[in-house]
Design a protein around this ligand. Structure first.
Ligand code: ADP
Length: 542
């Protein structure tokens, strides 16, 4: 017997219309590419999203068509999120930090019909224009006064198109499983693969972002997503903010420490989300210039492991609580968040910090488990580590156009490619990506542990640990580190520091200092490049 509840589909358009009614006056503040700060309300955003849907219909965009964006976090990008998905098309966010050839590849692979771009990326598009000729047009997200003289075919001006229509539009209702957003993985191995979110998965994920045990976003918050809207939908912030009516602050193209800090202070931001590299820049700026926060309460750190020193600095020096979170594009992205339980109320500061280094417990909606090489379940004892598998309604079931084939196990689990432990309270800790783990004489050395310890050494700014082939042990760790400006730290200092937390067999066989480390388009260490660069490195232990 079926229940007798209304079968109203979960629609992205409902999020923005809900915000227009219930959070009508809440603001969306954006630092524009053109320069000035722009501010308007959720009500304005809803009206302009409807207008945009009419623009799309006029351009001939239909249900299921892909419409690409190459844009920073800003109000026009919000309108695209809602306008494109709301009318039944698919918003395809492109990471501009990918190589130009990769961008051309994914525009063609996605068969994008139109592409909306910020002014910043016009030169990039001019470079690849010859490779993306199937596009019916490129819309420059600016007004007539700022239109560039670019060498691009079928160029339109966003504001001119918007001026040609009104906002009298009724969002269609359709199957909630319909695709709404498309986001390609960064493609560190092979070509990028498309993850295709649905209206249902996106709305359900927004609830998780708004739960106290998730990201805890709520109406009291002013949220600044430093994580870009081309990086797994800014971790769901644009949807969750509409759901709860948090004020949004969008940093645009300026992601440096000084600009982010200024915006946080002028707009009285309370919560911000980003990867460790951006926090590194912000904290360095604040320390150098003796700055303090006046409104910030929480920071969500994810995308890569949050180092202990970073958590300590935020909490002790700047009085901002840290929520360490884990996820991936294939998971919309949120899987776990490291919020305390009531049983942790009386734990010591040291134990709390130890717990915060873990990526946290699953949010409701995510099932997880760890298995060994044969697929057998491993115990949740905080010690056994194995491949981390997940399943749930906002986790991918396969890549766009079937790339990569059948990716789930027979009983529906997705292998995250991460290696982890889970403790008896359900707190998961990533020990490595399966590709990055160092297999030394039958033991596994976690590159994350070594890197975490290394960046805690005074004078060290960033560190990467990779496996280098070794005749006796198969692989041994090599530490590649970047010193802080003017730091005098030596290899011996660094190794002595590591000895405080690592066993002898886990210590790197050698240390190389470099001026900078390579990063992927999503800000992670690009270990494939380091491994190929150092594959013939002669360790002193050989
Ligand atoms: P995102 O775009 O959200 O960074 P990606 O799909 O690019 O997601 O990468 C996901 C991978 O990033 C995860 O599989 C994991 O290896 C790594 N990752 C994400 N969050 C964390 C974290 N808090 N600690 C360690 N690794 C993390």
């Amino acid at each position: 017997m079926l229940g007798l509840m209304q079968d109203r589909p979960l629609m992205i358009s409902d999020l923005i219309e809900f915000a227009a009614i219930h959070h009508a006056k809440e603001e969306i503040v954006s630092r524009t590419v053109e320069g000035p700060i722009h501010r308007y309300t959720f009500k304005d955003c809803a009206a302009r999203s409807r207008q945009l849907a009419k623009v799309l219909i006029k351009l001939g965009v239909g249900q299921g068509d892909r419409v690409a964006t190459l844009a920073w976090n800003g109000y026009r990008h919000m309108e695209l999120y809602y306008g494109i998905s709301g009318m039944g098309a698919i918003c395809h966010t492109i990471n501009p930090r990918l190589f130009p050839e990769q961008i051309a590849y994914i525009v063609n692979h996605a068969e994008d019909k139109y592409l909306f771009t910020d002014l910043t990326f016009v030169p990039l598009l001019e470079k690849i224009a010859g490779q993306i000729q199937k596009l019916k047009g490129i819309i420059i997200m600016t007004d007539d006064a700022h239109m560039p003289k670019a060498n691009l075919p079928n160029m339109f001006c966003y504001e001119t198109l918007m001026a040609g229509v009104d906002d009298d539009y009724q969002w269609p209702l359709f199957d909630e499983r319909t695709a709404c957003m498309l986001c390609y993985t960064s493609g560190t191995t092979g070509n990028p693969k498309g993850v295709l979110f649905s209206h249902r998965s996106t709305v359900l994920h927004s609830f998780a972002v708004c739960t106290k045990d998730g990201v805890g976003m709520c109406n009291e918050d002013t949220v600044l997503p430093v994580v870009p809207m081309f990086h797994v939908n800014a971790w769901g912030t644009p949807y969750a903010a509409a759901m709860c009516g948090a004020k949004m602050v969008m940093p645009g193209a300026k992601m440096d420490g000084a600009s982010i800090y200024e915006l946080m202070e002028t707009e009285q931001v309370t919560v911000s989300l980003g990867v460790p590299t951006v926090w590194m820049m912000l904290l360095a700026y604040m320390k150098e210039n003796n700055k303090k926060f006046s409104s910030m309460k929480r920071t969500i750190i994810g995308g890569a492991a949050a180092p202990k020193s970073m958590i300590e600095t935020f909490e002790k020096e700047f009085k901002v609580s840290v929520i360490h979170a884990w996820g991936m594009t294939e998971m919309s992205p949120i899987g776990t968040a490291c919020n305390m339980k009531k049983t942790h109320k009386s734990i010591s500061a040291v134990d709390k910090l130890r717990l915060q280094l873990k990526q946290g417990r699953a949010v409701y909606g995510v099932d997880m488990k760890i298995v060994d090489g044969e697929g057998q379940d491993l115990p949740w004892d905080g010690k056994a580590f194995g491949n981390l598998l997940v399943r749930g309604p906002w986790i991918t079931s396969g890549y766009f156009k079937g790339e990569g084939g059948q990716i789930l196990t027979k009983d529906g689990w997705f292998d995250t490619g991460d290696v982890a432990t889970i403790d008896p309270d359900g707190y998961m800790q990533i020990t490595d990506r399966s590709k990055d783990v160092i297999k030394s004489g039958g033991e596994w050395i976690s590159s994350i542990d070594v890197e975490n310890s290394a960046v805690g050494c005074p004078g060290i700014a960033e560190a990467a640990v990779i496996a280098v082939p070794h005749p006796k042990w198969d692989e041994r760790p090599l530490l590649i580190a970047v010193k802080k400006k003017d730091a005098q730290v030596t290899k011996e200092d660094l190794l002595n520091h590591l000895k405080k937390t690592l066993a002898k067999w886990q210590l790197p066989d050698d240390v190389v200092f470099v001026n900078e480390l390579p990063h992927t388009a999503t800000g992670k260490l690009l270990k494939t490049q380091l491994r190929s660069q150092y594959k013939n490195y002669k360790l002193p232990t050989v």
